[in-house]
Design a protein around this ligand. Structure first.
Ligand code: SF4
Ligand code: SF4
Length: 445
């Protein structure tokens, strides 16, 4: 694609990067067929190619974002399915990140929209605030149909209430900063991302990870100084906050790896693939920061999804569990991190029969805060995904991202668990919550 940025515009590193990305696009349109919003809405402007044109037009003319561009960029899930499909290697992720930051700097959203976005970015990334908000949402759930009728943001507030869990898990000891010693001969040392929303919604995920890794001989460090990876606000275009969150995590983990600073790390383990995609991009996000660029690149290189790490460790074959699992590959796992076969192979090795639903490349509609900000499209994607999953006739659903677990769990009676919970169970841990009945049935057969 031809571009016409001026030399002055290209002096800005963000413009220079986007110009290189735009030049790779050859307008072929292959990406449109695998874009969930194009598949649902059929509008070229809701396809990757259409959005690329809108973004090019906005950046090249150095103009403030207009309502039309904002509408179509806001509808993008950042699922990155287009990047998997694109034969020319267009880095849509970095382009849309730049566009979102430009929108936030140059476009004034309506007051109610600003208030909602501010609420999300000031609550979700902080465990204490999120826990308090969930408790309020728990009691507000019955009023969701009434709230939905409030003009403007009503449907989005109702979507937020509906996403609150029907049962509030208690605070887990695994949330506390500490070092979990290896059991048996020590094979290595890893850090585990605690993060923000996941330990509040499903503390069992990190508990299972710590149990399995320590049994495998790894010392597991949970740092006092880490927190939200920055993905939630990054996808809302708030570059300053997301970069500050990234810098805090880089400092926390780099201290463990720097000579004299800590005992070294073999990996930084991430159990939410949405966070993994962002942490693996820290080197790019902080490339212009002289104090953090090198440590950020080092941290990004150490970041591993837990299934990626376990594949490198190697697990033995476990007895057949007699259960069929529908494996839902999160977009951030398959498109963002290109981790496609590892979780499935691990589950098979652990004794589960694994089925992959049709249209596995399409997003379930979760996408960070997307299911709150775009509830109608998100609900259509969820229903389509669940229909494909239920056609597999599996006993349960496994996935590697808390956002997908919440999204899918809100629309089906099938149990939804994290892949690591099944692996921990297969190799000596307890059955995941809600699976004891299935486990008894499997044992009886
Ligand atoms: S990231 Fe997903 S929703 Fe956005 S343009 Fe690409 S395929 Fe479409
Ligand atoms: S597939 Fe790649 S090169 Fe083709 S239109 Fe989409 S982004 Fe451009």
């Amino acid at each position: 694609m031809q571009t016409s940025f001026s030399l002055a515009q290209l002096a800005d590193p963000a413009n220079a990067e986007s110009e290189q990305i735009l030049r790779k696009c050859v307008h072929c349109g292959f990406c449109t067929a695998t874009c969930p919003t194009f598949v649902l809405l059929g509008d070229e402007l809701d396809s990757p190619r259409g959005r690329i044109y809108l973004i090019k037009e906005m950046l090249e003319n150095d103009r403030p974002a207009d309502a039309e561009t904002v509408k179509h960029v806001d509808r993008c899930l950042s699922c990155l399915s287009c990047m998997t499909t694109c034969p020319s290697g267009v880095n849509y992720m970095h382009l849309v990140d730049h566009a979102r930051a430009h929108i936030e700097k140059t476009y004034r959203r309506p007051l109610a929209e600003r208030a909602l976005r501010s609420l999300l970015s000031n609550v979700l990334p902080y465990r204490g605030r999120f826990r308090a908000a969930l408790l309020a949402a728990f009691y507000g759930r019955p009023f969701a149909p009434l709230v939905a009728r409030i003009p403007g943001v009503g449907p989005r507030l109702a979507a937020m209430l509906r996403l609150a869990p029907a049962r509030m898990p208690g605070r887990s000891a695994s949330e506390r900063a500490q070092t979990h010693p290896a059991l048996g001969p020590r094979r290595g040392r890893v850090a585990l991302l605690n993060g923000c929303a996941q330990p509040v919604l499903q503390p069992g995920i990190n508990e299972a990870t710590i149990r399995l890794l320590t049994r495998l001989g790894y010392e597991v460090v949970v740092s006092a100084k880490e927190g939200c990876c920055g993905a939630l606000v990054h996808h809302m275009g708030d570059e300053a906050t997301s970069h500050a969150q990234a810098r805090r995590n880089v400092a926390a983990w780099f201290a463990e790896t720097a000579p004299g600073g800590g005992a070294g790390l073999d990996a930084i383990i991430i159990t939410a693939s949405g966070c993994g995609t962002t942490i693996k991009d820290y080197g790019f996000m902080l490339r212009g920061d002289p104090d953090h660029a090198a440590p950020a690149a080092a941290v990004a290189a150490l970041a591993k999804d837990v299934t990626e790490f376990l594949t490198s460790v190697g697990l033995p074959r476990a007895p057949d569990k007699g259960l069929t699992v529908a494996y839902h590959s999160a977009c951030s796992m398959q498109h963002g991190q290109k981790i496609k076969t590892e979780p499935r192979r691990l589950l098979e090795l652990a004794g589960f029969t694994v089925k992959e639903p049709a249209e596995g490349h399409l997003c379930c509609g979760s996408a960070g805060t997307y299911n709150i900000l775009q509830p109608e499209i998100a609900a259509r994607l969820r229903d389509r995904k669940l229909a494909n999953i239920e056609r597999t006739r599996a006993d349960l659903i496994a996935t590697g991202n808390i956002g997908c677990m919440t999204q899918l769990g809100g629309g089906t009676e099938m149990p939804v668990v994290h892949t690591i919970e099944l692996l921990d169970w297969a190799y000596g841990g307890p059955a995941p919550d809600g699976l004891a009945a299935l486990g008894n049935r499997a044992a009886a057969e």
